[in-house]
Design a protein around this ligand. Structure first.
Ligand code: GZL
Length: 312
């Protein structure tokens, strides 16, 4: 009947008309590239017109992108905030324009009324899971740890450091002897690990590497091999994301543990946005994604193949 036809047209039309701006940090890691792929797939699936902006890891480019989305009059904005601070004024402009903002994969230090919700993992917990694994693995053995931190000032770098330190507190045989940012990239992770190895007797005094993401761990593994040591044996590795190349290293015995982070933050984000636009009822301020530990006992070759279908 005409009523049903009109209803169908309205539903499809409203889904078609949804225009969402996405201010993405960049593609510094395999995980982030997968997040971008999955976000575009999720938008496509929902008939959302996604306006994508890559900030090349610069906050000023993200702020510019958000202002451009506001000028375009988008219906909503997705923001993966490169660092925690400096967002208040541009998010106030979005609020004044009545454009809801949803944070993806990182949090910010700003009044909570400036964003609709944040879809992230529990990043302190991720660091704790990594630290707990190392505590259990080394037992009472003396273990000097080197740490590759994520991007300075980003919520994952701050939180993952905090969680890991909580886990090793009280186990005096475990000590972080060097800690520096590798900016979440393979290249920088390799470069900083090379400096750690040189500074620590060619790496003989290093028992373990804790990297805030797998890409820095993969870079560091290369550096460890080039220093003539066996990653995964001479130097244990634990990191976060669970990207396919980490499982490739694990299958070769060159990496030991990783904490999984789903690249699908956009699915829950679009669901929350859809519900909010329909009901005007605010979602919870935090939509948490799961964290799962993988080790060499979890058939890494099989997980590698499975990961290939998840946006990687
Ligand atoms: C964490 C996310 C981090 C990933 C890195 O939620 O922000 O940023 O762990 C990426 O791979 O660079």
């Amino acid at each position: 009947s005409a009523t049903i036809l009109a209803a169908c047209m309205f539903t499809s039309a409203s889904a078609k008309d949804l225009v969402v701006g996405f201010s993405q940090i960049g593609s510094e890691s395999g995980w982030r590239a997968a997040e971008t792929t999955v976000t575009k797939q999720q938008a496509e699936k929902r008939g959302i017109d996604l306006k994508f902006a890559d900030a090349q890891q610069k906050q000023e480019n993200q702020i510019k992108a958000i202002r451009s989305f506001i000028a375009q009059g988008v219906d909503a904005i997705l923001l993966a905030p490169v660092v925690e601070t400096g967002w208040d004024s541009v998010l106030k402009e979005a609020k004044e324009a009545k454009i809801p903002v949803i944070l993806l994969d990182r949090t910010i230090n700003a009044p909570k009324d400036l964003y609709l919700t944040a879809v992230t993992s529990d990043q302190i917990h991720e660091g704790k899971v990594a630290g707990d694994w190392l505590v259990k693995t080394v037992g009472d053995k003396k273990c000097n740890i080197v740490e590759l931190q994520g991007t300075t000032g980003s919520s994952p770098a701050i939180a993952r450091k905090k969680g890991f330190e909580e886990a090793i507190k009280g186990h005096d045989n475990l000590k972080i002897i060097r800690s520096q940012t590798g900016d979440f990239t393979r290249a920088k992770g390799k470069e900083v690990m090379e400096s750690f190895l040189k500074a620590e007797n060619g790496g003989k005094d290093i028992c373990a590497l804790y990297a805030h993401n797998d890409d820095m761990a993969v870079g560091a593994i290369q550096a460890i091999k080039e220093a003539g040591l066996k990653p995964g044996k001479d130097i244990l590795t634990v990191s976060i994301d669970s990207v396919p190349d980490l499982f490739k290293a694990m299958a070769a015995g060159e990496a030991n543990a990783t904490v999984e982070l789903t690249p699908n933050m956009a699915g829950p984000a679009f669901d929350a946005l859809d519900a909010y636009l329909k009901t005007k009822k605010e979602p919870p301020k935090w939509i948490q994604t799961e964290s799962k530990l993988y080790t060499q006992a979890d058939d890494p070759q099989k997980v590698y193949e499975e990961k290939k279908g998840q946006g990687y």
